[in-house]
Design a protein around this ligand. Structure first.
Ligand code: BTN
Length: 240
């Protein structure tokens, strides 16, 4: 995939700018990067604070895949980015489904958005475009539950080096997923969750699996059955 990097001093949201560029006809591999965002968006309609010093970028892809597999995009990107970041600092983990963490503190997040096109003749829908938005704390200020990579000991010299590392991780993961599918990635994604014991609403359990559609499988203590949760149905928390 050929990359075409477009830099901005400031945008509302790199994801929003990416969608505007899609409307103008840009193709796969276009990357929107901004020094700061005035209306950065997080998961579940949250605001993503985006002061200068952080990494804010969006990647435009044309994956041509069934709508039912949409959440795989977030899974393989989180896997690819976490793997890449581990070259800089070995303690990076994933918090299902889309968070990057260090010591259970939020390092960054991924917001995947898709454009779906109906193919009337086939009676099916396809994801024709996807925008993968990535935010990583570098030298920006972070809340108590966050952590900034630039304040830790790594081999990264600057934000540019971090951008290159992240893009290489996404590219590798994209081509791996295209040729081998999500099943080959899930075991490694599970390993990157680190500690798989969880506590939620007074119950203790263990993450036993992630399904191919990105759902979390939990075995609760004192229960013989497993429970399956879609993203947003259960919150895993950051700190004890
Ligand atoms: C999350 O809620 O954890 C996902 C956060 C994703 C933030 C990034 S920053 C670059 C891109 N542009 C946005 O508006 N959001 C994503």
């Amino acid at each position: 995939m050929l990359l075409n990097l477009i830099y901005y001093a400031q945008v509302d949201s790199t994801n929003s700018e990416a969608w505007r560029l899609v409307e103008q006809g840009v193709s796969e591999g276009t990357i929107v990067i901004a020094k700061q965002q005035t209306a950065g968006r997080g998961q579940w309609g949250r605001i993503w604070q985006s002061p200068i010093g952080g990494l804010y970028l969006s990647i435009i892809l044309q994956p041509q895949m069934p709508v039912s597999s949409a959440s795989q995009i977030t899974l393989w990107s989180a896997w690819g980015i976490a793997n890449a970041l581990r070259q800089a600092i070995a303690t990076v983990n994933i918090k299902w489904p889309n968070d990057l963490v260090i010591d259970r503190r939020k390092l960054g997040g991924i917001l995947t958005e898709t454009k779906i096109t109906e193919i009337a003749s086939r009676g099916s829908s396809t994801i024709t475009y996807a925008v993968i938005g990535i935010g990583i704390n570098w030298l920006n200020s972070v809340p108590d539950t966050g952590i900034a990579l630039g304040s830790l000991a790594t081999n990264l010299s600057d934000l540019e080096a971090l951008i290159n590392l992240v893009l290489s991780g996404v590219q590798l993961a994209y081509s791996h997923w295209q040729s081998h599918g999500i099943a080959s990635i899930l075991p490694e994604y599970l390993k990157l969750l680190g500690d798989r014991e969880i506590a939620w609403q007074g119950r203790k359990g263990i993450i036993t699996d992630i399904t191919t559609v990105g759902n979390l499988v939990i075995t609760w203590q004192n229960s013989s059955k497993v429970s399956v949760y879609a993203p947003g149905e259960i919150s895993l928390g950051y700190l004890d």
